[in-house]
Design a protein around this ligand. Structure first.
Ligand code: NAP
Length: 302
């Protein structure tokens, strides 16, 4: 059996088109567009490339987008004041602070200064609490877990009553996706197990999974014999295992591998995400979705 590929690159295009259409409809009816600001401190090249991609995507879907770059020696006080300014700016519905921040700035303090109603990353403690309560309390589910759930739903995989096993318990992937899958309602209603480095028998848990979500950051951790035949395997892992020269650009690029032995797993699973091109493209896509939601909340049309 060869699994159906769940491609984030395709789902991204579908969702971005839906967002673009909704943005132009809201603009026509209400004269408003979603506003997204990304705050970059310093010139870390990796951070700059992430921010550029976010801003490009925001531009593509018709948002009002601002890239606000500040020098690496900005004081914590000035950064907090800047955030406060955007918190009070009616044209801005989403505020992102690109991490990491320079050492002299307290990251937690800065992230917690963002108005929870503009925290489109969904990491503010208020939004973590809202996610835990579930249902209509949830405003901004964190983007990678939201992307994972969207992929499962759009692939048509049944989640109600499904055994979901999540490998990894980080605050950005493992814990929130586990929480989301166990909530009452469509795309969830699952029975969830979370496993980690202290779990006694990882294999036995994975073998029970109708939906296996792996976010460990260990290349090839999940062996083919751990996969239940016909199950849905979501590989969140992005591991740089070497370098190669790109045929397209001639530039040296990283060779990426997931946490699952993809070639063997695809012969056993019913659905599987590739790496790259699986979960990866979903994160920025869901960021756009959260920013659009934020505008809709502010207009009272959600
Ligand atoms: P993390 O903070 O390092 O957490 C990894 C989790 O996996 C931890 O809970 C750890 O357990 C568990 N783990 C590690 N090795 C394990 C093992 N051998 N057996 C069982 N559990 C193990 O990582 P993260 O931020 O969640 O990211 C996980 C992976 O997803 C990374 O490869 C990352 O690059 C990728 N990622 C991709 C996206 C995207 O595609 N958009 C977004 C975020 C992350 P303990 O808690 O016991 O240490």
């Amino acid at each position: 059996m060869t699994a159906t590929l769940i491609k984030g690159t395709d789902i991204r295009e579908e969702i971005l088109e839906e967002i673009t259409a909704e943005v132009s409809e809201i603009k026509e009816k209400h004269g408003a567009v979603p506003g997204l600001v990304t705050i970059l401190v310093g010139e870390n090249p990796a951070s700059l490339s992430y921010v550029t991609l976010k801003i490009k995507t925001a531009h593509r879907v018709g948002f009002h987008e601002i890239q606000d770059t500040r020098p690496a020696d900005i004081s914590e006080k000035d950064l907090l004041e800047l955030i406060n300014r955007y918190n009070n700016d009616d044209q801005i519905h989403g505020i992102l602070v690109q991490l990491p921040l320079p050492r002299h700035i307290n990251e937690k303090k800065v992230l917690n200064a963002i108005d929870p109603d503009k925290d489109v990353d969904g990491f503010h403690p208020v939004n973590v609490g809202r996610l835990m309560i579930g249902g209509s309390e949830v405003k901004f589910p964190p983007c990678t877990p939201a992307g994972i759930q969207e992929m499962i739903v759009r692939a048509g995989v049944e989640t109600s009553g499904a055994e979901v096993v999540v490998v990894g318990r980080s605050n950005i992937v493992g814990k929130p996706i586990a929480n989301m899958m166990l909530q009452k309602g469509p795309g969830a209603d699952s029975t969830v197990t979370v496993v980690h480095t202290r779990t006694r028998d990882l294999a036995s848990h994975c073998k029970r999974a109708d939906i296996l979500i792996v976010a460990a950051g260990v290349p090839g951790l999940v062996k083919p014999e751990w996969i239940k035949p016909g199950s849905c395997v979501i590989d969140v892992g992005v591991n740089r295992v070497g370098e190669k020269v790109s045929e397209k650009t001639g530039k040296t690029v990283s060779i990426l591998r997931g946490d699952v032995d993809f070639d063997a797993a695809k012969e056993i699973a019913g659905y599987i995400t590739p790496v790259p091109g699986g979960v990866g493209p979903m994160t920025i896509t869901m960021l756009m979705k959260n920013t659009l939601k934020s505008l809709k909340f502010s207009l009272g049309i959600s």
